[in-house]
Design a protein around this ligand. Structure first.
Ligand code: FNR
Length: 339
C-alpha cells in the first residue's frame, strides 16, 4: 500500500485520541471465565432485523475498497457471503451496486450520506433497492468531514481511476474527500430526514453515529429500526468518547426496542463478546477488513472474518456462553480501579 493510502485508512481526526480510546476501552475490559458449565462450544449465530447471521458481525461501510485491491467491494462481498455475515456498502463504493450484489450471497445494506442535492441521494437509494439491498444505514456523524491531519499533511487525493461508481460523475470532483464533503454533504440535517428516507424507500432504516443516550432516545422516537453506536472509527471528533464506553447507557435507553449495533476498535473475538455483554446485538468491523483485502483480496477478507469468528466462539466457550442471547453484563469483571 502506498504510504498516503495507508494513512487515509489508518488515520483518525486530530491527535487520534478517539481512535486510540476505542481500542483502550476494549483492552482494559476483562471477561469472567466460567468453568464446568456444561454449555459446550459457543454458537455465534444470531438474528438481526429478522435475518439469520452466522455471527453477530457485519462489515462496516468504508469508501473505495478498490483503493486497496482491484477486487474491490465485490471481493469483500464474496468473503462476507462465505462467512454468512452482511456487508454495509458505502455511498462511496468503488464498484456498481449491481456488480456487488452479484458477488454477494449474504445481506447487503446501503450506507447513505445525505447530500445537499437530495435528488442524488434519492437516486442512490433507488439504485441500491433495485439491486436487492435490504436496509439503509444513514450516517449521521458527518455534517462535515473530521480534520484528518495525516490526509491534510499528505495532501491526499484519490488516484484518477478511483471514483464513486454509484454517484453522478458529471461536473463533480470527488478526488479530495475533504473538499467534496464541504461542498457536497448536507450539514444541516435534523431528525426529519428519517421521515424523508421513509418517503423514498420502504427499507428498514438504521442511524450510524449515535454516541449519547439523548440521541438514542430521539432516534427511537423518530422511528428508526436500528441504531449504530459509532464515532466513525475516531475519524470525526477527536475528543469523542470511546464507543464501548457509551454503549451501556445507550442500551439502557433503547431497552431492546430497536436493533443496537456498535463499531470502532473491534479487533478480536473477545471484543465482540464484550460489546454483546454491554448490550449490543452485533458489531461492525472496519479497518481489519481493508487490511485483509489489501493483502490477499477475497481470501484475505475471508481469513480476517474466520479469525474473528473463531476467536468469538472460543471466548464464548471459555466464558460458558452458549448462545449470543446468553451474553449479558454478568460476563464483565468490575474494573479494579476507576477507568
Ligand atoms: C470509514 N468509515 C465510513 N463510514 C461511513 O459511514 N461511510 C463511509 O464511507 C466510511 N468510509 C470509511 C473509510 C475508511 C478507510 C475507514 C477506516 C472508515 C467508518 C466506518 O464505517 C467505521 O465506523 C469505522 O471504521 C469502525 O472502526 P474500526 O473497526 O475501523 O476501528
Amino acid at each position: 500500500m502506498r504510504p498516503e493510502v495507508w494513512d487515509f485508512i489508518e488515520g483518525g481526526a486530530g491527535e487520534e485520541r478517539s481512535l486510540a480510546a476505542n481500542r483502550q476501552a476494549f483492552t482494559r475490559t476483562r471477561l469472567r471465565t466460567r468453568v464446568l458449565t456444561g454449555a459446550g462450544e459457543g454458537d455465534p449465530a444470531t438474528t438481526v432485523l429478522g435475518r439469520r447471521w452466522a455471527a453477530p458481525l457485519a462489515v462496516a461501510p468504508m469508501a473505495y475498497h478498490t483503493l486497496v485491491h482491484r477486487g474491490g467491494e465485490m471481493a469483500t462481498a464474496g468473503a462476507a457471503g462465505a462467512a454468512g455475515i452482511p456487508l454495509v456498502v458505502s455511498t462511496f463504493a468503488g464498484q456498481p451496486f449491481e456488480d456487488i450484489a452479484r458477488a454477494a450471497d449474504s445481506p447487503l445494506w446501503l450506507q447513505v450520506y445525505c447530500f445537499r442535492d437530495r435528488e442524488t441521494t434519492r437516486r442512490l437509494i433507488e439504485r441500491a433497492e433495485r439491486a436487492g439491498f435490504e436496509a439503509l444505514v444513514l450516517t449521521v456523524d458527518t455534517p462535515r468531514l473530521g480534520r484528518r491531519l495525516r490526509d491534510l499533511r499528505n495532501g491526499f487525493r484519490l488516484p484518477p481511476h478511483i471514483t464513486p461508481a454509484n454517484l453522478p460523475v458529471e461536473g463533480a470532483d470527488y478526488s479530495s474527500p475533504w473538499e467534496h464533503s464541504r461542498t457536497g454533504m448536507d450539514p444541516s440535517l435534523d431528525w426529519s430526514v428519517v421521515d424523508w428516507l421513509r418517503s423514498v424507500s420502504g427499507l428498514p432504516v438504521l442511524v450510524k453515529g449515535v454516541m449519547t443516550p439523548e440521541d438514542a432516545a430521539l432516534a427511537v422516537a423518530a422511528g428508526v429500526d436500528g441504531i449504530i453506536v459509532s464515532n466513525h472509527g475516531g475519524r470525526q471528533l477527536d475528543a469523542a468518547q470511546a464507543t464501548l464506553d457509551v454503549l451501556a447507557d445507550v442500551a439502557a435507553v433503547v431497552d431492546g426496542r430497536r436493533a443496537l449495533l456498535l463499531d470502532g476498535g473491534i479487533r478480536r473475538g473477545a471484543d465482540v463478546l464484550a460489546a454483546l455483554a454491554l448490550g449490543a446485538d452485533a458489531v461492525l468491523l472496519g479497518r481489519p477488513i481493508l487490511h485483509g483485502l489489501a493483502v490477499a483480496g477475497q481470501e484475505g477478507v475471508a481469513q480476517v472474518l474466520d479469525l474473528v469468528v473463531d476467536e468469538l466462539t472460543e471466548a464464548m466457550t471459555l466464558t460458558g456462553t452458549a448462545t449470543v442471547a446468553d451474553a449479558d453484563a454478568s460476563l464483565l469483571a468490575a474494573p479494579a480501579t476507576a477507568a
